[in-house]
Ligand binder design. Structure first.
Ligand SMILES: Cc1cc2nc3c(=O)[nH]c(=O)nc-3n(C[C@H](O)[C@H](O)[C@H](O)COP(=O)(O)OP(=O)(O)OC[C@H]3O[C@@H](n4cnc5c(N)ncnc54)[C@H](O)[C@@H]3O)c2cc1C
Length: 349
């Protein structure tokens, strides 16, 4: 079959993971991004298989892990840059109840590959303080987010797929999906928290959740595990750590604040009194959705226009699977998972 022509607006996690799927399927792809990114590139890139609050697996976890690991490993080769770093997360329990949730799950077959049995060593863990003990989570990893974003930009530029510009609405005809005089079969908007500026999908409920992180140097924190309670402590090597992240709802300002810095330090201090030096503070804005599911689908009236957005806090885990689903939807009309479908909201034309 003749390849279709796709225009993807936005080269963050959503746009790039979809572009890779479409190219793999032999389609013609143009990806448009102005080179300013405030989520994919600044994220900590952590892939935590669990939702610790109720000690449940993340949504569609097994499937997402099966897709994500080969996706990032293949991309390392393709982009010629290291991206994928396995890590053990040590959850410092925040209550007796949370510990009991873990103890119940650790014996179940479906959790065994993730939750290790709590041992005496976990109870007596000495590198951080915690009255409820700790448990080690396996199969977690982190992606070097900046390398992912920049590597993809370079790659798409090298194969002549990237237009380095802001989408110019005045040059777009939404009925024929023509942009600057070129007609596309399908246009997919992957604009992250800036979705509200795309009039065709502005009523889709993508919210802006600002997040800030600190990069610190310390010789007191463990380098072989990522501590987690109230905040995550991600070891980057050479006594450098990323501490994050804040959740600042309905805020899209791109300024770091003293309040958030103090909040992150306060959260870290719950784990111990560590000597540290702050070397950086960064800020970004996540595209989030109230029901914690992304938003994917076709415009109800403009049938050449599509959206892939709302990846939220678990973006690096879900993107490869959801991009695969989106690709099957675009090419074969395969129904999307009801939980992520745009159809669950009323979107006006
Ligand atoms: C502080 C912080 C920490 C995070 N940590 C993690 C983490 O540890 N693990 C995890 O999985 N997720 C994490 N995330 C979330 C993750 O970053 C997001 O889920 C993901 O990056 C969203 O990707 P996206 O492609 O939808 O949006 P974006 O990355 O925002 O990409 C959208 C792109 O579209 C472009 N764009 C928008 N409008 C236009 C236009 N009109 N014309 C041209 N281009 C346009 C933008 O320039 C941008 O590059 C974190 C986010 C933040 C802010």
């Amino acid at each position: 079959m003749k390849p279709q022509k796709f225009l993807i607006v936005g080269a963050g996690l959503a746009g790039t993971s979809l572009a890779h799927q479409l190219l793999k399927a032999g389609q013609s792809v143009t990806i448009l991004d102005k080179g300013e990114n405030h989520a994919t590139a600044i994220a900590a890139g952590m892939v935590n298989p669990m939702v610790f609050r109720r000690m449940n697996k993340s949504w569609r976890l097994d499937e997402c892990m099966e897709d994500a690991i080969p996706f990032y490993k293949t991309l390392e080769q393709q982009l010629n840059t290291p991206l994928y770093f396995p890590i053990t997360i040590r959850r410092m329990f925040s209550s007796i109840q949370e510990r009991e949730f873990w103890e119940k799950r650790q014996d179940l077959d479906e959790y065994k590959e993730y939750l290790t049995q709590i041992s005496e060593a976990d109870n007596n863990y000495s590198k951080a303080t915690n009255e409820f003990g700790s448990g080690r989570l396996q199969q977690a990893f982190w992606i070097d987010a900046l390398a992912y974003y920049e590597g993809n930009r370079n790659y798409f530029r090298s194969i002549d797929c990237l237009l380095n510009e802001t989408f110019d609405l005045t040059q777009f005809d939404e009925k024929t999906a023509s942009y600057k005089g070129i007609e596309y079969d399908k246009v997919i908007f992957c604009c992250g928290y800036l979705n509200k500026y795309i009039p065709f999908f502005a009523s889709a409920p993508v919210e802006q959740t600002k997040g800030q992180t600190l990069t610190i140097e310390s010789t007191d924190l463990p380098e072989d595990e990522s501590l987690n309670r109230k905040c995550f402590v991600l070891p980057l090597g050479e006594n450098t750590f990323r501490i994050g992240a804040t959740y600042e709802w309905n805020d899209e300002t791109l300024t770091t604040t003293e309040t958030s810095k103090q909040l992150l330090l306060e959260h870290l201090s719950v784990l111990g009194d560590f000597e540290l030096k702050i070397v950086d503070q960064s800020v970004g804005v996540r595209p989030t959705v109230l029901d914690r599911r992304p938003i994917m689908g076709q415009h109800p009236e403009l049938d050449k226009l599509f959206i892939f957005n709302g990846l939220g806090t678990k973006g690096y885990l879900m993107a490869p699977t959801l991009a695969k689903d989106m690709c099957a939807f675009l090419l074969e009309g395969k129904e999307l998972d009801r939980e992520v479908s745009l159809k669950r909201f009323e979107v006006k034309g």
